[in-house]
Design a protein around this ligand. Sequence first.
Ligand code: C2E
Ligand code: MG
Ligand code: MG
Ligand code: MG
Length: 267
Amino acid sequence: HRDTVRFCTPDVRRRMMHRWDMERLVLDRIREGRIHLFYQPIVRVASGMLAGVEALSRLLGEDGGLVLPDEFVPILEEGKVIHLLGRKVLALAVLQGELWKVRGLFVSVNISPQEFLHPEFVDVVREVLDASGFPPELLMLEVTESSLVGDVDRTVQVLSALRDEGIRVAVDDFGTGYSSFASLKRMPVDVIKLDRRFLHGVEESERDRAILEGMTHMAHGLGLEVVVEGVEREAQLEILRESGCDYVQGFLLGHPMRDVAISHLVG
Ligand code: C2E
Ligand code: MG
Ligand code: MG
Ligand code: MG
């Protein structure tokens, strides 16, 4: 509304304009079917083999450059329309995953808290899977700790419904939020993804290595698998081989890439 805008400082106005422009751009791109998924390799430590991929959204900006999710995901969340992106991403990821399923690759999709808590979330996931030939066992959904800390009963109900479908759930960026192992023990999840900040210092510090190993050990004790994110150096990978984690992901193993590049990797 004009009156609202008139009373904003120029700076606030610029930010609001950006927000609206960006929201419009993303919604246009969703309508046009021009959301692009990049896929980042997730590698099994024991075998060194590609085990799965994480789908990461990008879209084409007005200047032809790629816009990264940190620029548009928060805006869609603020506008309460993130589920529109989520549905599209899920459908695209599953469609793509069908091409790789003979290789047994799993596909991991990020779910924002708002989407996870949406009353129709589980139905949408079921619908998308039903419309495809993609095995639910190869789908992994990445939720953040903030999705898990609200209404515990409801959260457990949603997680159980997903598990009943055969879908696996990973807790993304584990160790950065409010949650902890204490709350995790009640949650039917399958995987934790250790945030890349747990890698900082592991090459120099025994204490940092002890934390990494301890987290991995506790996760295994709860029956969870561990992905370590943000592996950039060979020396880190060396340490991770010793730490007992199950999967690694990061620029060392592969940047997020187009589907054809993944197809080349799996041969
Ligand atoms: P995330 O799920 O934790 O994804 C990992 C992010 O770390 C990706 O950034 C990836 O490019 C980056 N990354 C991977 N390996 C390395 C590394 O070795 N070093 C460093 N420095 N970074 C690495 P990206 O693609 O910009 O995505 C950022 C975040 O946006 C994601 O974090 C995820 O939370 C969110 N996101 C991405 N796609 C979607 C989506 O389709 N839906 C929703 N709701 N969120 C998404
Ligand atoms: Mg993720
Ligand atoms: Mg992450
Ligand atoms: Mg993140």
